[in-house]
Design a protein around this ligand. Structure first.
Ligand code: B12
Length: 436
């Protein structure tokens, strides 16, 4: 007679209960060129003189195809840049350090001994210190120095280095809607990186049974919220959070049933967006989506076999578009409003070349009416971030310049969004609920 336990497995499967499936789809042979297009775009974005992007190196390392020369050059650049930041005290937020640690680990380099410019630094220790500062800030001000997305990255990177961080701040589900907010909406991206971080921690086997229960409860709740963000076409959150959501769902099959998520449908939604150029600019967007196209997750940064990499991803420069003699013109309006204290409200109507960026519109307005409109930007991994307008500047975790077309918030920034004819571009100074 069959062992009673053996009967339970088919029964659970037929009931569609969670726990017994691992939903991991990935591109097939026909779809592969779409993934390669994004890998090549990231390879082509490498610039020896620009600030290196660790998220791109992570994505390239997690892929099955490689360009060893560019990956090595990028790893060297990151080491140099990390040492420079530490030596000069330049900006180095906890999440950014976490990305550097993961990028070097994925390149089979030791982030505890990063040598460049005749100096050796320990990036893992630095990350521990940065994470500690985040926790102190939460204690003192009820919010991290940065945001919960970066706390998720910190926990993940430390765990992949066998350092178990204190994760109680992400287990505490009070104010979950604030912690996982992107502005006023739920951030699938944030929930996804926290799921990856906690999954790593859960696997270490060093936890008490109470801690395991608390982590499992948090994972269950986050997975439910991620799945609640699923649209009818398979997109989860928006197209830019979908890749991270896929990674989170790849590792948490225990918490949902097969009927709750159709991996192939989500993969197709992402693939459909690639030819439309959705991930072309900035390459950061490509870096967050490609791991899941290959069925990979950030957890696999640990244990990559660098010695056996293939070297089969040539640099292909994108075809230069033919010069257009008659660019059509579009009409757009730009309105900027201080939506917090209503100190100003300014509008301008502009004629712009078709295909221009939101940033071009801001530049033109500033050059035409410098006394009435001026702005500043900051360079980030995601491209130019609009920091201030007419001297009114974003305050971390308190207020920011939100971008809209009419009433609809944009899901891209000023360096990527291309307004269509008739666009009503809006930048509105908006307060953040708390915790970013
Ligand atoms: C936290 C966060 C915010 C916070 C940032 C402040 C804070 N409290 O830290 C707030 C809520 C203010 C914010 C605003 C916006 N965000 Co945001 N944000 C994020 C999130 C969840 C994490 C960023 C992070 O810490 N990264 C890790 C660190 C190590 O990298 P970093 O480069 O140093 O991070 C900085 C930049 O990313 C910058 N930043 C945050 N959002 C954006 C968006 C753009 C376009 C740029 C250029 C920079 C930028 O703030 C970070 C902290 O300083 C990401 C999710 C993701 N998948 O990356 C979305 C994300 C980057 N944001 C996004 C968007 C669309 C916006 C907005 C344009 C929304 C809007 N309609 O106004 C605005 C930016 C407007 C502007 N003024 O330029 C998209 C970008 C998609 C794309 N292809 O361009 C993402 C991917 C979310 C998503 N899935 O839609 N964001």
């Amino acid at each position: 007679m069959a062992h009673p336990g053996l009967l339970v497995i088919p029964l659970l499967i037929s009931l569609g209960l969670p726990g017994l499936h691992s939903e991991r789809c990935q591109v097939n042979g026909d779809q592969k060129p779409l993934e390669i297009r994004l890998l090549q775009l990231m390879i082509g974005s490498f610039n020896a003189t620009a600030t290196p992007n660790p998220s791109i190196l992570i994505a390239l390392r997690l892929a099955r195809e490689h360009n060893r020369t560019i990956e090595r050059a990028l790893a060297e650049k990151l080491k140099e840049d990390a040492v420079k930041r530490v030596n000069t005290g330049a900006d180095f937020s906890s999440g950014l350090v976490a990305l550097y640690v993961m990028a070097l680990q994925a390149s089979c380099e030791d982030p505890r001994h990063v040598s460049a410019l005749n100096t050796t630094i320990d990036l893992v220790q630095l990350l521990e210190e940065k994470y500690h500062q985040e926790l102190v800030n939460i204690d003192n001000h009820q919010q991290p120095l940065t945001n919960y997305y970066q706390l998720g990255l910190d926990i993940l990177a430390l765990c992949l280095q066998n350092v178990i961080a204190n994760v109680s701040v992400v287990l505490d589900t009070t104010c979950a809607s604030l912690k996982y907010g992107h502005g006023k909406v739920f951030s699938v991206d944030t929930a996804a990186v926290v799921v990856l971080g906690l999954t790593c921690v859960k696997k270490t086997g060093t936890l008490t049974s109470e801690e395991i229960v608390a982590i499992k409860e948090t994972l269950r709740s986050l997975v439910r919220k991620i799945l609640r963000g699923k649209k009818s076409d398979g997109v989860i959150g928006n197209i830019y959070s979908t890749g991270l959501a896929m990674q989170a769902l790849f590792v948490s099959g225990y918490y949902y049933t097969p009927s709750q998520w159709n991996c192939t449908q989500t993969l197709e939604a992402v693939l459909n967006a690639i030819p439309q150029g959705a991930f072309d600019n900035p390459p950061m967007a490509a870096s967050q989506v490609t791991p899941s196209l290959g069925g990979r997750t950030y957890l696999e940064v640990k244990g990559l076999d660098c010695a056996n990499d293939t070297d089969n991803l040539p640099i292909i420069s994108p075809p230069t578009p033919p010069p257009v003699s008659n660019v059509s013109q579009i009409n757009v309006s730009l309105t900027v409003v201080d939506g917090v204290t209503n100190t100003f409200n300014y509008s301008i109507y502009l004629t712009m070349p078709e295909g221009c960026l939101f940033l071009d519109v801001l530049n033109k307005a500033q050059s035409l009416e410098p006394a009435k409109f001026s702005f500043t930007v900051k360079d980030t991994l995601y491209g130019p971030y609009l920091v201030s307008i007419n001297g009114l500047a974003a305050v971390n975790n308190e207020a920011y310049w939100q971008l809209k077309n009419g009433n609809i918030p944009l899901n891209q920034g000023i360096g990527s969004y291309k307004p269509a004819n008739g666009a009503k571009l809006v930048a509105i100074f908006t307060s953040l609920p708390s915790g970013g």
